[in-house]
Design a protein around this ligand. Structure first.
Ligand code: NAP
Length: 245
């Protein structure tokens, strides 16, 4: 039987690349999108062409009731959950701290931290009775770099994800569940356009030790490796995919 993997934010970028690779590696998929159903359906079609059964669901991870409803739909459709790629995330336009208001901070933390924690909570509730499961949280190198003058809020939210990853991995290891994070660096996706700097990855990527930005597929390779048995003795780790940055 094909294992079932839930991927949040699978309509674009890193989540979409993870979905296509996971389908090719034998997973059935529950894919969520927030505002782009067409993006999600395009990715679902690619995954189905690779042989996966795919359920596509709308989900705003900032809405706890919507997370519960999403899990009910996954339960009804698949009746099991083997893996979670906890990927949905946002950035706001570059600002210094003095330009960030409460609403902005609330939104970043509701999506990137509380949403991710509640999605992980739902996964653990399904994995613990089965005695196995794998969770990969998508962090960011920003957690380590701090993102001064641009995205302190985003960087702090990803720092929380790294800490959450370590704590949750310790908490659920006795239940047979592994929990890791992948911390991408400058990756070519639309998140930079949404943050008001469409050329950011290309512009800054040449300053990395490898001299270029990364692709969503290069991040997906790391994520899918962590999901599999080849990473069976890995838990609690944050894996940088940053070109050395
Ligand atoms: P992206 O291309 O902008 O895709 C973001 C995905 O998250 C989309 O599928 C989007 O759905 C979904 N999403 C946005 N807000 C959501 C919400 N409130 N609830 C549920 N889903 C929501 O971004 P990406 O670059 O692939 O980023 C994916 C993850 O990687 C994020 O956690 C990000 O912080 C992290 N990351 C990215 C980079 C980078 O350079 N790209 C670097 C480090 C870390 P819709 O499109 O349907 O609205």
């Amino acid at each position: 039987m094909r294992p079932v993997c839930l991927i949040t934010g699978a309509s674009a970028g890193i989540g979409a690349a993870c979905a296509v690779l996971a389908a090719n590696r034998g997973y059935d998929l529950a894919l969520t999108y927030n505002s782009d159903p067409k993006g999600a359906e395009d990715i679902a079609d690619q995954a189905r062409a690779a042989g996966a059964k795919v359920l596509v669901l709308q989900l705003d991870v900032a809405d706890p009731d919507a997370i519960d409803a999403m899990y009910r739909a996954v339960d009804d459709h698949f009746g099991r959950l083997d893996a979670l790629i906890n990927n949905a995330g946002i950035v706001a336009p570059a600002e210094r701290l003095t330009g960030m208001d409460h609403a902005r901070l609330r939104q970043i933390f509701d999506v990137n931290v509380i949403g991710a924690m509640l999605v992980a909570k739902g996964a653990v509730a399904r994995m613990e009775p089965a005695g196995s499961g794998v969770i990969v949280n998508i962090s960011s190198a920003a957690a380590r770099l701090g993102s001064a003058n641009q995205y302190l809020d985003y960087a702090a939210s990803k720092g929380a994800i790294d800490t959450f990853t370590k704590g949750l991995s310790d908490e659920v290891a006795p239940s047979g569940i592994r929990v890791m994070a992948v911390a991408p660096g400058l990756i070519e996706t639309d998140i930079h356009m949404k943050g008001g700097q469409p050329d950011r990855a290309e512009r800054l990527g040449c300053g990395t030790p490898l001299g270029r930005a990364g692709s969503a597929e290069e991040v997906a390779n790391a994520v899918i490796w962590l999901l599999g048995d080849e990473a069976s003795y890995v838990t609690g780790s944050v894996l940088d995919v940053t070109g050395g940055r």
